[in-house]
Design a protein. Sequence first.
Length: 402
Amino acid sequence: MKIYLLALVFVFAQAKQFNVTENSDVCVLLQLDGTVNLTAAENASLLLDFEEAVVSNSSSCTEIKLRFEKSVEVWFQFNNESENWRVTSIAQFIPHDVFVQLNETEPAVYTSNSLKDTFKKTQSYQCLASTILTFIDSKPNLNITVTAVVSNLKIQSLNGSTFASGESCSADNTTTPAAATTTVATTTVKPTPQPSTFQNFSCVLGDTTKFRVIGNFSLSITYNTTQGKPETYKMNVPPAQTDNETTCSSNTSETLVFKFFKDWSIEYIFKSDTAKKYYISNITLTYGQLPNSSVNTTTTVPFNQVGYLEASTNGYYTCRDISVQLNKDVVLTVKGFYYKAFNEKGGIDFNSGDVTECKADEESSSVVPIAVGAALAGLVVIVLIAYLIGRRRSRKAGYESV
């Protein structure tokens, strides 16, 4: 049976407010940031924005259902606990409607762990901090995983068209360090784990692949929260969307722009100043709002360096694990990195031509021959010593017999 992996991940956009009415009165209010990203095997993906969601007609005063395209729904269910509410999140979709390669046509329902806190029925609840929800598959044989991250969440189930005063989640109530503290420790946000994804990009002109880039990309971004505290957001870059941009008709400049999430992209510009060398001249990261960030606009981080990762036009560049500091807050890491630009004829297979390795790979590659050489030298010394000892003993035995 062919197995597919699907991940449902909330990332971050402008907050949108939803409501449920009953007898012309608003009985449920919900506000949150995010997009919904569905990712399956073979680099298939679907990005849905909460701005595009609508409230399902089947919603009630104890359950608000948000409906997206392709049968995807996300529900927030109010569970009764005496005088309190506990909210559970549920995701429902028809696998075949989302990804045609899946044969399952019955709705798949996933139930998450409840929000960590309960709150009074007469109040609202808010959690500005990033919250991770882990969903449990109702059909394990599908081998589909569903995860979610939400932030800037506000929710209530009581009559009223505005949010009532209420309770905050424990994460929002974290005590701020005293002003006398001289060193502020940087904390790490733990977003939904995303599998490392092998990416393969190329630009073809006629029957020639002009450039090709492959690797597993990841990002580390440090920023200030709305509480003024530094946090670091680490993520594996998910499979790129289908509307990537490539240009490769010039003999001196080639460009790759691959996109993921909403308003996120990484751009590479390759340059060739001579007939024998090429290099990466520019890397530009564009990213949207981060969890509980004090900045709610798109951020662009450029990196420029002449001769960066230079290689011969007769070969390609490779590095097992390479990181580049785009600026003081952003690090881009690529594992299993290979690239070749300004190819003159045919395809690119990374099995022929001159190989340019990064310094770390060159050092590790030199360790093996040095170790082998040292071992062989040691063996020669041992054999020579054994020979001399044996020869001396044989001579001594000859003298004694005489």
